[in-house]
Design a protein around this ligand. Structure first.
Ligand code: SF4
Length: 335
């Protein structure tokens, strides 16, 4: 074992701890409120998207505060069952871009693999909450359809592992995929979209880091945090472990009404994200998924806030404000 491996082993959590934490996660709205000293009678039913909140995230919420920005991201609301024009189950055109089982091919030179439907947290604004994961995930049949599709299109330079959360899969399963992709000569980069370093930092184990550091391509890890309070020492350590593998680490966020739609909240988010080791990347306008209308932020205010961010922050701390529109060849810059 070399010096780097020793240092990683000393810092990294035990392999199975994250699974135990997931088993112990809060799974109903009333318990979630109770745990935060709030009235459980106020809990709205979770409907089609069950509550899922691990202790590691719960510990970063403020007891007694019904407006806590982390709580608001995961607490069901009565409005989720309302039908609102423009809010659909497939707001970004995933179904139309399905190219093979679990493979979404929207943009040139890269494909996205929906690796699993599982996540470590259920975010109430998630645009993929109604995705048909049971029939459409790439890990089935030992990744065969996905590997065949990528191998058969020499224009594909970048493979994006998404979901759900790809790091919910056992590392051995991820390694089985990349071992097979390593035989595809035209791949140049691997990207991983994951909320795991933020939600369940103990998932960034030695085993996972060893897999990442042995990959034959540059790796870009895009984490997802929407509020400065999501970063704590454990998250910073997890991102540091990722960076020691040589991976680039970026953060993407969603602009969410009542959570981060104030210039000071966004400035704090970008500063904390960078401090933790994740460079600000995208700030997405909300994808209009059914039931998420309470999160829609005002677009004019969003533009004003971006101007303020540009005045207040170094250029590399300012994310790109974008909107995804079904059928467009890239995410559309809003400002
Ligand atoms: S972790 Fe990502 S994929 Fe999972 S519910 Fe949250 S936003 Fe959706």
């Amino acid at each position: 074992m070399n010096h780097d491996s020793l240092a990683r082993t000393a810092l990294a959590p035990k392999q199975s701890r994250w699974r135990d934490q997931l088993r112990q996660a809060v799974r109903d709205p009333a318990t979630l409120l109770e745990r935060l000293d709030l009235d459980p009678v106020q809990a709205a039913p979770a409907g089609r998207f069950p509550v899922l909140v691990p202790e590691a995230l719960l510990a970063r919420m403020q007891p007694g505060d019904p407006d806590d920005p982390l709580l608001r991201q995961v607490l069901p609301h009565a409005s989720e069952s309302e039908a609102v024009p423009g809010y659909t189950d497939d707001p970004v055109g995933d179904r139309a871009s399905s190219a093979a089982r679990g493979v979404l091919h929207k943009y040139r030179r890269r494909v996205l693999l929906v690796t699993t439907g599982a996540c470590a947290v259920h975010c109430r604004y998630c645009f993929r909450q109604a995705f048909p994961y049971a029939s459409e995930h790439a890990a089935s049949a030992s990744w065969q359809a996905a590997v065949d599709y990528v191998a058969g299109d020499s224009s594909i330079e970048e493979v994006i592992l998404s979901g759900g959360d790809p790091l919910m899969l056992p590392t051995a399963r991820l390694r089985a995929l990349t071992d097979r992709l390593a035989g595809v000569e035209h791949i140049r980069r691997l990207r991983i979209h994951t909320r795991m370093p933020v939600i369940l930092p103990d998932r960034i184990t030695t085993d996972l880091c060893d897999w990442l550091s042995q990959l034959p391509w540059p790796v870009v890890t895009v984490v997802h945090a929407n509020h400065a309070n999501e970063f704590d020492a454990g998250v910073g350590d997890a991102i540091a472990r990722l960076r020691r593998t040589g991976a680039h680490v970026l953060n993407q966020a969603v602009l969410l009404a009542g959570i981060n739609d104030r210039a000071d909240a966004l400035i704090a988010l970008m500063q904390r994200s960078f401090q933790a080791g994740a460079l600000p990347y995208y700030l997405h306008l909300l994808d209009p998924v059914r039931g998420a209308q309470r999160f829609e932020a005002d677009e004019r205010r969003a533009k004003d806030m971006m101007l303020k961010l540009r005045r207040e922050l170094s250029g590399y701390l300012v994310p790109r404000l974008v909107r995804e529109v079904a059928g467009e060849p890239y995410k559309l810059p809003v400002l």
